[in-house]
Ligand binder design. Structure first.
Ligand code: NAP
Ligand code: G4F
Length: 341
């Protein structure tokens, strides 16, 4: 293999860390951009840092994707053949609290990267982390590359800019840029403020006798949840094609937040029954009658995306990719990881 060099923004996030491991296994030299943080969160990179043969080919750089000069210096120095732009303020609810900042990180920063690459070496291939949130409030049952977008949060509007500016640079300057429209994907490396990890970590705490109650928002939101470790493979595959293009990555199956909670308790043989309506709804243990789940209005969003389900036929046909891990298995993987901790 020719010397392949990848640069990953957001390398210490969920996807960045899995992608870095994948590329290192494939023989790449991997550079990653990390923000300076007093708490120094490299927990997702511990597998790489502890493996000698990986750590020799893995380089971390301090930088920030809102800072053009740091992007410029890192790309100039690391000379990547592929850039994966995964860095983001990735929390939809938080984007309503810091909308301007979110638009800078999640939208304008992709433009910064495109401009720097165009200036230094327009042959560098670029992956942009687009999202199923672009479809927003939609009536369509299955969503694919031809479905219309209707973003309803500062997060998704910012990602819409990243998506279209990538298409503009692809056609205007003939650059190799792919948008991956990934549906929700989860793992033990997911941040605890996202609903799946919040549920699995709380359920394990409850089962271990913490005495806490899981406080949750919209129980009826439905998502198409896949396994992050499998999804990062598609990012790499997109950049190995002859032509750049955009792809939907999803499982094609949909479950509600309520089902995610039920399945998580089910792992421990606990059956959840529901009682009441709206803000007064509660979930309790069928056997002990103990209340384990309550609604907290804090977790409701100013605008909700009620329903997302993807159709990844194009990815199957062109990339030869299809998901392996189903919903039950994903819940199991996440619960087991919590227990191991
Ligand atoms: P994540 O775990 O939240 O990781 C985001 C990463 O971006 C973190 O490493 C974070 O660093 C970094 N970051 C944030 N702001 C930055 C800045 N200004 N400069 C440099 N780095 C910055 O997200 P993820 O789940 O891995 O998702 C990866 C990408 O895919 C994101 O762009 C997300 O929006 C998109 N996406 C995710 C999903 C999903 O279901 N996971 C679906 C579709 C699209 P810190 O550790 O310092 O915060
Ligand atoms: O886990 P979530 O916060 O993920 P959300 O909003 O779907 O966004 C994630 O997936 C996107 C892809 O579609 C990514 F682009 C984005 O970066 C991120 O990774 O919430 C999922 C659903 C929502 O409908 C939310 O309202 O769960 C509902 N929910 C109910 N209770 C909750 C809670 N969400 C969170 N975070 N916390 C709750 O207590």
């Amino acid at each position: 293999m020719k010397n392949k060099v990848a640069l990953i923004t957001g390398v210490n996030g969920q996807d960045g860390s899995y992608l870095a491991e994948l590329l290192l296994r494939k023989g790449y030299v991997v550079h990653g951009i990390r923000r300076y943080s007093s708490t120094n969160s490299l927990v997702n990179l511990k597998e790489i840092i502890k493996k000698k043969k990986f750590s020799k080919k893995f380089h971390l750089h301090y930088g920030d994707i809102t800072d053009t000069d740091s992007i410029y210096q890192i790309i100039k120095k690391s000379k990547p053949t592929e850039v994966y732009n995964l860095a983001a303020q990735s929390h939809v609810h938080v984007s309503f609290q810091i909308p301007e900042y979110t638009s800078q990180v999640d939208g304008v920063s992709q433009l910064r990267i495109l401009e720097v690459v165009k200036e230094i070496d327009p042959k560098i291939k670029i992956y942009q982390a687009a999202t199923s949130e672009l479809y927003g409030d939609t009536k369509l049952k299955f969503l694919d590359e031809t479905s219309g977008f209707n973003p309803v949060s500062p997060y998704s509007v910012s990602k819409l800019f990243g998506f279209y500016i990538s298409k503009v640079y692809r056609s205007a300057y003939n650059m190799f840029i792919c948008n991956g429209i990934l549906f929700n994907h989860e793992s033990p490396r997911r941040g605890k403020s996202f609903v799946t990890r919040k549920i699995t970590s709380s359920v394990v705490d409850i089962v271990n006798g913490s005495g806490e109650i899981l406080k949750i928002g919209n129980l009826n939101a439905k998502r198409d949840w896949g396994y992050a470790k499998e999804y990062v493979v598609t990012m790499w595959k997109m950049l190995q094609q002859k032509k750049p293009d955009d792809y939907v990555i999803s499982t094609g199956k949909q479950y509600s937040v309520r089902q995610f909670i039920e399945e998580s308790f089910n792992y421990f043989g606990i059956k959840i029954l529901w009682k009441g309506k709206g803000l007064n709804e509660i979930g309790y243990d069928k056997k002990t009658k103990k209340i384990l789940v309550k609604i907290d209005p804090y977790y409701f969003r100013p605008n909700e995306v009620p329903n997302l389900k993807g159709n990844s036929k194009k990815a199957k046909k062109v990339l030869g990719w299809s998901p392996k891990t189903d919903f039950k298995e994903l819940v199991k993987i996440m619960i087991k990881a919590e227990l191991d901790k």
